[in-house]
Design a protein. Structure first.
Lengths: 116, 487
């Protein structure tokens, strides 16, 4: 059986790391943030979201926090997740890899503009 | 309502996932359902969920938890197999009851199946089981084809079937052994197609292996003609068909060593290799039995007497044979009692015959091309038997290598054979498997007989002095005595 790996980092996992780089969040919060930062192109379903969270937890890239309520969403207690330093490092290196790719794309005149 | 449906769908996930994240997944569903109102938003929600299920459910089942892979790797390093229970939760009552019921049904089913299969087996009385693993040669197949076990023809037991009293016969290197197989199959030949297949197999083997390719071709034509003319159509019995084919082959080839045989017990596909422990047991049993040198003594009138019940493997029995022959050295005449001798190794024939000559003599063996061992290593240092009168006692059950001993020494006019005509088994064909029940003997080498056109196959070795086996010793003693007195 294939073992799930984070190399290469799946885009869902990277998105989750990026979301948690800003703040600690619960599952629904992560889902909404991901949808927001991708213009709704990526809407993580519960299965994909929690599978990714499971993998990231096992790789110690994120950690689980105590359950607490989210005032905006009612009184239900929710489990929050936080990015670890290893997760931050990985997210950075992934971003750099993408940045390198962008530079290459730019030199090949695939991408225009001067940002990045 | 929607939540209930999604809760049901969540059951598609493996239990370890449901336990860890089931509640959160449901919570996420509730949050979305609450916040995404309107028909299209709801539709999108469900499409998202279904797509998500399609992707993540299989992934979860393929998912291997690191705890398992880590532990498994560790255990593999220690060389021990590892087992893991993938579902952490203990099975529920419903599962246990279902498991019990299913086990009972399966057990009953197999019991019925076994009983049913048992009914198809013939009673043990109708199965002939060979007593021993047989020699490779065709004649030995007689055991499987219905000859009584223990027959002198059943010269047997090289390293596979350990029974030195029954003696071994090593005549072939390309061998097939017939193990005791309790399964008997129908004796009927199913149809013409099966007969055709067999005939083709016979022809293939003849063309490939028979010593005379020209005769093989002629025989093939004859077999096909018989088949075309419908000569084989009436035969449905395996044994009868084997006999018919043998007859047809011999009509053309005039070679009595060509033979098709039928075995009721399935013939093994691969030749079993002798296991090391069998070899050891064989050696031990032979040594325990004094290598079948039953009696070595000096009779009255200084006549040496050796009762030898086999020509055993010289690799095991060289020393015993040397000692036996040395103890006969002072005798003025020797009687070899081969009345109960059931054959064995050609090389042992040469070893013993070496004492009877003062120069190397060729020991003709119709089964094997001459090798270095076909010549006696005469003279033997310190031996005084080379010019002594020799008598060989025979019976109707003297067979195989023992017949070679009688035949060669008689032809060389070195011995006087006293007793009965020997059994007449030269086993000249090498066995080839045709299918599960048919095999054939094909002579692959043609050994030139230096003495005569025919050997003892089928006719036996005629004694010089014909008496009943029971009286042979007494007769030989008298002959020796009178000869010694004449000197």
């Amino acid at each position: 059986m294939p073992k799930r790996k984070l190399d290469p980092l799946p885009s869902a996992a990277f998105q989750i790391l990026l979301v948690l780089a800003g703040e600690d969040l619960h599952g629904y919060g992560i889902m909404r943030q991901v949808a927001e930062q991708t213009d709704s192109r990526m809407r993580l379903g519960p299965g994909t979201l929690y599978s990714s969270i499971q993998t990231l937890l096992e790789a110690k890239l994120i950690e689980e926090l105590d359950q607490r309520e989210d005032a905006k969403l009612g009184q239900e207690r929710r489990r929050y997740y936080r990015l670890t330093s290893a997760g931050r490092k990985l997210a950075r290196s992934e971003a750099e890899r993408l940045a390198d790719l962008l530079r290459v794309a730019r030199t090949r005149k695939i991408l225009r503009g001067d940002y990045v | 309502m929607s939540e209930k449906i999604y809760a049901c769908l969540l059951r598609l996930f493996p239990s370890h996932f449901r336990e860890s994240y089931g509640d959160q997944a449901l919570q996420l569903f509730r949050d979305r359902a609450r916040n995404e109102k309107g028909f299209f938003a709801h539709l999108r929600l469900w499409l998202d969920l279904l797509a998500d299920l399609a992707i993540s459910v299989p992934r979860q089942y393929l998912y291997v938890r690191p705890a398992f892979t880590g532990a498994a790797a560790q255990d593999r390093m220690q060389g021990a197999p590892a087992f893991f229970v993938l579902v952490d939760k203990s099975p529920g009552a419903a599962s246990l009851i279902f498991g019990c019921a299913f086990s009972m049904i399966a057990l009953s089913f197999f019991s019925i199946l076994l009983i049913h299969a048992g009914n198809n087996r013939p009673s043990s009385a109708s199965i002939h089981q060979p007593e021993h693993a047989t020699d490779s040669r065709v004649s030995a197949l007689g055991q499987a084809t219905g000859q009584p076990p223990g027959d002198a023809n059943d010269v047997i037991a090289n390293a596979h079937g350990v029974n030195p009293g029954e003696v071994m016969h090593n005549y072939s290197q390309s061998t097939s052994l017939l193990p005791r197989l309790p399964v008997a199959l129908p004796r009927q030949l199913q149809d013409a197609a099966q007969r055709k297949r067999l005939i083709n197999a016979v022809i293939d083997n003849l063309n490939k292996h028979y010593v005379d390719p020209d005769a093989a071709r002629k025989t093939a034509v004859a077999l096909l003609t018989h088949e075309k003319n419908g000569d084989d159509d009436q035969v449905t019995n395996g044994e009868a068909f084997a006999n018919l084919l043998t007859k047809q082959i011999r009509e053309v080839s005039h070679d009595m060593h060509l033979e098709v045989v039928y075995s009721q017990a399935p013939l093994p596909n691969l030749l079993p290799e002798p296991a090391a422990e069998n070899l050891a047991r064989y050696r031990k049993a032979l040594e325990h039995d004094n290598c079948t040198f039953e009696k070595v003594e000096i009779l009255t009138h200084n006549i040496g007497y050796l009762k030898l019940n086999a020509f055993p493997d010289p690799r095991v029995c060289h020393a015993t044979a040397t000692a036996a022959m040395a103890s006969l050295n002072p005798a003025d005449a020797i009687i070899f009692d081969l009345r109960d001798n059931r054959g064995g190794y050609s090389s042992m024939v040469s070893q013993i015959a070496a004492y009877l000559f003062d120069h190397p003599e060729y020991m003709y063996d119709p089964r094997e091309s001459p090798t270095q061992q076909s010549w006696t290593r005469s003279p033997v240092a310190g031996n005084r038997l080379a010019d002594k009168p020799i008598y060989v006692l025979t019976s109707h059950s003297t067979v195989s290598a023992a017949e070679q001993f009688c035949y060669d020494l008689k032809m060389l006019k070195r011995v006087t054979v006293v007793g009965e005509t020997t059994r007449g088994s030269a086993h000249a064909g090498v066995f080839h498997r045709l299918d599960d029940h048919f095999g054939m003997g094909i002579p692959e080498t043609k050994v030139i007989n230096p003495f005569s056109k025919t050997d003892w196959e089928g006719v036996g070795v005629e004694p010089d002095v014909k008496v009943n086996a029971a009286e042979a010793l007494e007769t030989a003693e008298k002959l020796a005595e009178s000869r010694l007195q004449k000197k």
